[in-house]
Design a protein around this ligand. Sequence first.
Ligand code: ZN
Ligand code: ZN
Length: 275
Amino acid sequence: MKTHIYPQEVANLHTHSHYCGHGNGEIAEYVDAARSAGLTLLGFSEHCPLPDDRYRSTRMAFADQARYEADVRAQDGYGEMTILLGYECDYHSVYHSYLNEVAERTDYLLGAVHFLNAAGEADDSLFYRPLVKRDLTRYADRYCAMLQSGLFLYGVHPDLFTYSYQVWDSEATAISRAIIECALSEGVGLEINGYGLQKLVVPTADGMTHSYPHARFWALAGEYPGLRVVSSSDAHTPGDVAYGIEETGALARASALERSSYRLSDRGIELYQAQ
Ligand SMILES: [Zn+2]
Ligand SMILES: [Zn+2]
């Protein structure tokens, strides 16, 4: 295979569909929309089902997994466009071997933290209640464990905790640095998430704004040379497949961040930093 470099402006690896139950649109409709938007690299990253159907309310049934994978693999990339198969996964170490199997038959995995609980505890979504200081430590611990698992190309929306912790204080700074330093030492990317730009506008210390992507988080990230940063639309509807490309790029520039490109070769998909 010839090595190909895709800058962020023509790529999106964070894409959902009707399969997860809270997105809509057929896989083929996303491919059409990506072509219209001028993307040349499109990756599908549905919320990964687990064998015990845990977190079923936010993802496809485990029984639908093969159908999703076949659907993505069947897409024709219209010549120039490359289409990849992936998943966005919540990580618990008890699912490590299962996720490793998924990684082996797909092109890449994205890591996420949507739940604060440990594997053996009741599900505790960070969307459904305000967070307090000690929750932030749990979030950072979960996020770093995900980054350290070695399974993921990049971590999605690392600043998602700001959705339910709407002040920016020393605790927010401390756990943000912990996450960024972990990503840096592991060589795993962090994602500026375009979907957050569509979410509710809330009062913050910086005025009325969406909670994530959070300018203060990314300003901190800009202090770490060598940190790998990407952006995505996190599309849940076909028309959003390239949503926020300009805005997330502008946020990166304002934060003194040079985003990585993607390099596709015989080794698979990797983050690539132009020198
Ligand atoms: Zn989703
Ligand atoms: Zn997502």
